[in-house]
Ligand binder design. Structure first.
Ligand SMILES: *[C@@H]1O[C@H](CO)[C@@H](O)[C@H](O)[C@H]1NC(C)=O
Ligand SMILES: *[C@@H]1O[C@H](CO)[C@@H](O)[C@H](O)[C@H]1NC(C)=O
Length: 461
């Protein structure tokens, strides 16, 4: 499961780019303005805090209070050419004291936001201070997480003591997706330790038996390291890319898991939508959500890399269905979760209310909140880049317009409580790039790390 809540929104096309030819698309300016709008609210009311509360102009420090929005925004500002904003942000970054926090560091969040933000900014503009801060952060906050009897990283670290907390419960999407940032840190510093300890976790997962090849439960126990998910899978493929093919084992693990997902989790509705079910003990639970909608893009990336047309088809049907969960609602925003009736099931045997939802929207909305999730847009970005088809830009634009209409506040962007009502009451962070997928690999937080050697997956524009 993706645990990013206010991650990054990607739209393709822009005029203010780093290292790529400009695309003249006036929509790009609207995206930059959206970023500037959110940034100016944050700067005015919440500077140095993790985030702004965009309805009250209050602040929140859910990520240790080191200024998460600033770290997450560094690469976005460089890509958008917002020099003044970047310089101001860099001043903050230089002066952050990791020991100032009063709460435990959540290993996964610190890794993707703070370490990922520093490394991606460094890849765009190698200012030594960024790497110094990254090394410091790894030493004092991230490496202590791995200080466990079996080297499986703890979910939380007490920063002042430099030790894991006593929390024993682990989430696959967290401990199983730390290696991309750590591998990049090793590549940039020449210190192999980071990559080693993080890749070892992945090899340990590969040794665990599971009834479904390559697919594992979400919750695990730290001590016994037994299973009880999702961006775990995307990092296998991305680490393979970032290491220029050296992590072959991780590509094999990725392929195995995607095969299993296709065989066991794929479910088609009577209206021909295709969603991924969950497995609960031995039965299929027909429910999913927006958090899972980054998968179509990741499968397409792998499909292109492997030249696998069957996987391309699977990715495409998932993409279309994810997009339709936005397109059919009155607000144009997707629900957080939904269920459906499989075409093999007898639809008349279900309650009337479910039948009618299936007939009108094609699925059954469950949690109708929209929490500024970027996953579908991320997938659309991959589809646009990998196929070159401008219809994906139009899809992303439609979503952007809905967000502008329903989520914008006087000082930022906020969640929407009911996407099924166009009377809807209402933190978002924007990123754009024409940085090629042939040259960059994007983390789960959409921070971009530079590939040593280019690959060829992106469409020729
Ligand atoms: C928050 O800030 C914006 C922009 O300065 C302002 O227009 C709005 O009234 C403020 N909201 C509250 C609740 O104070
Ligand atoms: C489908 O369900 C309805 C209502 O429960 C029932 O009357 C009908 O016989 C079922 N059809 C099949 C093919 O099982």
């Amino acid at each position: 499961m993706r645990l990013t809540s206010w991650a990054t929104l990607l739209l393709a096309g822009s005029t203010w780019l780093v290292n790529a030819r400009p695309i003249e698309d006036p929509r790009a300016d609207y995206v930059v303005n959206a970023f500037k709008h959110a940034w100016s609210g944050y700067r005015q009311y919440a500077w140095g805090h993790d985030e702004l509360r965009p309805l009250t102009n209050g602040t929140s420090d859910s990520r240790n209070g080191w200024g998460a929005s600033i770290f997450d925004g560094l690469d976005t500002m460089l890509i958008m050419g917002l020099e003044e904003e970047y310089q101001e942000a860099l001043e903050h970054v230089k002066n952050v004291d990791w020991f100032s926090t009063t709460t435990p560091s959540k290993t996964f969040e610190t890794n993707i936001r703070y370490l990922g933000g520093l490394l991606a900014a460094y890849d765009l503009r190698p200012d030594p201070v960024l790497l110094e801060k990254a090394i410091e952060l790894a030493q004092y906050v991230l490496l202590p997480a791995y200080d466990t009897p079996n080297g499986i990283p703890a979910a939380y670290v007490d920063v002042k003591r430099g030790k894991p907390t006593n929390d024993k419960s682990l989430i696959l999407a967290e401990f199983g997706s730390l290696q991309l940032e750590m591998v990049r840190l090793s590549q940039l510093t020449g210190d192999e330790r980071y990559a080693q300890i993080a890749n070892n976790v992945i090899y340990a997962i590969d040794n665990v038996d599971t009834p479904f090849p390559g697919v594992y439960p979400i919750i695990w126990d730290l001590d016994s390291f037994t299973p009880s998910s999702c961006n775990y899978y995307e990092y296998l493929l991305k680490t393979y890319l970032l290491t220029d093919g050296h992590e072959k084992q991780q590509l094999d693990m990725w392929k195995k898991s995607v095969d299993t997902i296709q065989t066991y989790l794929r479910s088609e509705t009577s209206g021909s939508m295709v969603f991924l079910a969950e497995i609960d003990e031995d039965y299929k639970l027909l429910q999913t959500g927006e958090l899972v909608c980054f998968i179509p893009g990741n499968i397409l990336l792998g499909a292109r890399l492997l030249g696998d047309s069957e996987l391309t088809k699977f990715a495409s049907e998932l993409m279309k269905s994810c997009y339709d969960t936005w397109a059919v609602t009155p607000t144009g925003l997707a629900p957080e979760t939904w269920s459906w009736i499989d075409k093999a099931q007898n639809i008349s045997s279900f309650p009337e209310i479910m039948q009618s939802a299936m007939k009108t929207t094609g699925f059954i909305p469950q949690d109708v909140q929209y929490d500024l999730r970027p996953e579908t847009i991320e997938s659309i970005f991959y589809f646009y880049r990998l196929t070159g088809d401008p219809k994906y830009q139009d899809m992303a634009w439609k979503i952007f317009e809905s967000i502008e209409k329903y989520c914008k506040t006087a000082s930022g962007y906020t969640r929407v409580n009911d996407i099924s009502s166009s009377e809807s009451i209402q933190g978002l962070d924007f990123e754009e790039s024409v940085m090629s997928l042939d040259e960059w690999v994007y983390s789960t937080e959409a921070h971009a790390f530079k590939l040593d050697k280019p690959i060829q997956v992106q469409a020729q524009f």
